[in-house]
Design a protein around this ligand. Sequence first.
Ligand SMILES: *[C@@H]1O[C@H](CO)[C@@H](O)[C@H](O)[C@H]1NC(C)=O
Ligand SMILES: *[C@@H]1O[C@H](CO)[C@@H](O)[C@H](O)[C@H]1NC(C)=O
Ligand SMILES: *[C@@H]1O[C@H](CO)[C@@H](O)[C@H](O)[C@H]1NC(C)=O
Ligand SMILES: *[C@@H]1O[C@H](CO)[C@@H](O)[C@H](O)[C@H]1NC(C)=O
Ligand SMILES: *[C@@H]1O[C@H](CO)[C@@H](O)[C@H](O)[C@H]1NC(C)=O
Ligand SMILES: *[C@@H]1O[C@H](CO)[C@@H](O)[C@H](O)[C@H]1NC(C)=O
Ligand SMILES: *[C@@H]1O[C@H](CO)[C@@H](O)[C@H](O)[C@H]1NC(C)=O
Ligand SMILES: *[C@@H]1O[C@H](CO)[C@@H](O)[C@H](O)[C@H]1NC(C)=O
Ligand SMILES: *[C@@H]1O[C@H](CO)[C@@H](O)[C@H](O)[C@H]1NC(C)=O
Ligand SMILES: *[C@@H]1O[C@H](CO)[C@@H](O)[C@H](O)[C@H]1NC(C)=O
Length: 237
Amino acid sequence: MERYSPILQLIALLILLPYLLSHNLANTTTDLKTDESSLLAFKSHITNDSSQTTLGKNWTTKTSVCNWVGVTCQSRDSRVIALDISNMGLEGTIPPHIGNLSFLVSLNITGNYFHGDLPEKLGKMHRLRIVDFSNNSFSGELPRTWFRNMTDLEELYLYRNNFSGTIPQEIGHLSNLRYLDMGENKLSGRIPSTLSQCSQLQYAEMSNNSFSETLPREIGNMTQLQAFFMQNNDITE
Ligand SMILES: *[C@@H]1O[C@H](CO)[C@@H](O)[C@H](O)[C@H]1NC(C)=O
Ligand SMILES: *[C@@H]1O[C@H](CO)[C@@H](O)[C@H](O)[C@H]1NC(C)=O
Ligand SMILES: *[C@@H]1O[C@H](CO)[C@@H](O)[C@H](O)[C@H]1NC(C)=O
Ligand SMILES: *[C@@H]1O[C@H](CO)[C@@H](O)[C@H](O)[C@H]1NC(C)=O
Ligand SMILES: *[C@@H]1O[C@H](CO)[C@@H](O)[C@H](O)[C@H]1NC(C)=O
Ligand SMILES: *[C@@H]1O[C@H](CO)[C@@H](O)[C@H](O)[C@H]1NC(C)=O
Ligand SMILES: *[C@@H]1O[C@H](CO)[C@@H](O)[C@H](O)[C@H]1NC(C)=O
Ligand SMILES: *[C@@H]1O[C@H](CO)[C@@H](O)[C@H](O)[C@H]1NC(C)=O
Ligand SMILES: *[C@@H]1O[C@H](CO)[C@@H](O)[C@H](O)[C@H]1NC(C)=O
Ligand SMILES: *[C@@H]1O[C@H](CO)[C@@H](O)[C@H](O)[C@H]1NC(C)=O
């Protein structure tokens, strides 16, 4: 003898099912709405992508962000994990809203005409492993919170911009960093000795900047390092 008849079980399930489904959907939808509003804020900061261009026409609320050009989601209608808008001829600035893409793992905007400072708020993206902001017109100092917060970072490409100031000591927090390219900027000061704490670093490109003084001796300790480029700086022996 069963305690509850199958029909009662079925009724209970039918009553509960819509609740369970809507609860889950609402949750996912809310999270994806955050990603959508972050990307729409980004779009509104692109100044020369008038609506006739690919991105202007494509990034609309008519479809899920997961269908937008350059956007990759974890799976269908789940969070945004990658953004690649490289070489699209885009001009504009990066708003702090991008920092709300909290599931982002890879961000590639190389080969555009973005300018201005890099917002500290991007340091909220703890999951970032690949960042490529190379070959744009960014300026200002390297944001300290990025180095403090993006501890999963493996590849950081900032070459061919107009960054100035020094490399923050906090770079030593990037214990997973393997590739670092800061070449062709206006960076200056001493290369921090904390760089040697990036124990996984294999490749460092620092050429064509204004780095000065001596190289920290600790760099000789970096067992994974295969290439370290320092041409066209003011380093003394
Ligand atoms: C969505 O649901 C999951 C699982 O119940 C929960 O861990 C997560 O915090 C929820 N997210 C939001 C933004 O409510
Ligand atoms: C946006 O671009 C993607 C990828 O090219 C394409 O699959 C999609 O259909 C486009 N959506 C719209 C609304 O144009
Ligand atoms: C944006 O501006 C740059 C530089 O002026 C130009 O080369 C590029 O073609 C423009 N892009 C668009 C989509 O108009
Ligand atoms: C996203 O970030 C911006 C600026 O950092 C903040 O003002 C805004 O409230 C955030 N939006 C959402 C939907 O979380
Ligand atoms: C970014 O995109 C460009 C162009 O598609 C590509 O050549 C480059 O390797 C990408 N950067 C990273 C770090 O994957
Ligand atoms: C830099 O970006 C411009 C514009 O997209 C492109 O024409 C050029 O080939 C890029 N240069 C390098 C070194 O990637
Ligand atoms: C850096 O991470 C901390 C700890 O998770 C967080 O509270 C803080 O807001 C982050 N900083 C920025 C600028 O996003
Ligand atoms: C850097 O700044 C100088 C002077 O303001 C400007 O002429 C140059 O085009 C800029 N370079 C890049 C890559 O934005
Ligand atoms: C680096 O600077 C040197 C000397 O000013 C210049 O000849 C060279 O073209 C630069 N390299 C790059 C990749 O811009
Ligand atoms: C790292 O290099 C410094 C300076 O050359 C040296 O004094 C120190 O013993 C080295 N440390 C390790 C862990 O190899």
